[in-house]
Design a protein around this ligand. Sequence first.
Ligand SMILES: Cc1cc2nc3c(=O)[nH]c(=O)nc-3n(C[C@H](O)[C@H](O)[C@H](O)COP(=O)(O)OP(=O)(O)OC[C@H]3O[C@@H](n4cnc5c(N)ncnc54)[C@H](O)[C@@H]3O)c2cc1C
Length: 373
Amino acid sequence: MGSSIAWHLKSDPDFTGNVVVIERDPTYARASSALSASSIRQQFSTPLNIHLSRYGIGFLRQASRLLDVDLGLREPGYLFLASDAGEAVLRANHAVQKGEGCAVELLDPAALRSRFPWISDEGVRLASHGVANEGWFDGPALMQAFRRKARALGTQYVADEVVKLAPNAVTLRSGTMIEAGTIVLAAGPWSGEVAATAGIALPVEPRRRSVFVFDYQKEQGRGPPGLMPLTIDPSGTWCRPEGRFYIGGTTPAEGNDPPTAPLEVQHQEWDDMVWPALANRVPAFEAAKVVNSWAGYYEYNTFDQNGIVGRHPEIDSLIFATGFSGHGIQQSPAVGRAVAELIVHGSYRTLDLSPFGYERISAGKPIRELNVV
Ligand SMILES: Cc1cc2nc3c(=O)[nH]c(=O)nc-3n(C[C@H](O)[C@H](O)[C@H](O)COP(=O)(O)OP(=O)(O)OC[C@H]3O[C@@H](n4cnc5c(N)ncnc54)[C@H](O)[C@@H]3O)c2cc1C
């Protein structure tokens, strides 16, 4: 987010200022953007998320021209599966998506079986398949490309940690104070912590998610084809191809999802949740073996699982760009563009992100995203 905003700012001919990105870990070892599943979809329940991601896919397709990078974009779609209990929500989401012009189709179990014969339809009442504008890409490469291009245009990267935020300045761990006309808070999972140093309540915290890289014994005529859609089981377990392997994960139960969890892979999640769900849904995955794994933090917005973007209502110089709760990397092009517009032109010029402003939090009016994977 920070580097996208920096690149969009420096690319705007009307912008005349300096941009400094303060990053405490230039290796990005724990950054969400380095540990993401880097997938992009249109299938959200919130229209604004659909529009953010729609701009995102167009941007990703042009990344080689805009950012000189090959992101390996693949577009086989997402496939959401719903049980009886999830059917009504899937239908309601479908209506929202159709209303926004998304290429999505509902499949009953018979249609699911004929389209994806390698999937078991056990316990599935309805499926939603995104037939265009959905897939995955190399997220860390996108982050590095934004950074490289922002630097080439004059953005300064300072390797230090913000320990105190104030309306027009930040104090760094080294003791340096940097003053600025505008400060953008884009500290990912640690955004709530940084906001707290200024006495601002921001409901964004780290929530650990484990990702498992797996393989299985491929047999002729069994199992998914090379480019299966990113498939989400009614249990919340998801999987998709990643090169010659597959990746998958799940959402821990609410009571088992603390903000303080260390960044360690939860191997029992594979044994207890991910493998059983995968083996049940894709019978060929019964023989799946984990070949690698990693854990990353979602920058989880506990208020409504949507991005928090825009100026602080009382501190005009402070802009938020955080809280995307597991769908931020696909939205980084659109959010970068929007925040740059806000800084350069004083208002959004293309996509109006004001519904995602901080005001909804102080007003207690959530815009809850129902499709959080
Ligand atoms: C396992 C996993 C799967 C995901 N899957 C997807 C997906 O499929 N699609 C999707 O769109 N999104 C996905 N996401 C979410 C996506 O990766 C994030 O929304 C996005 O990367 C957030 O970017 P960011 O720049 O806000 O945060 P980050 O990439 O975390 O960057 C924040 C940076 O701030 C720095 N920082 C923090 N505090 C300070 C401080 N005090 N001083 C200085 N620097 C500081 C950190 O070091 C970090 O580098 C996934 C995330 C995870 C963890």
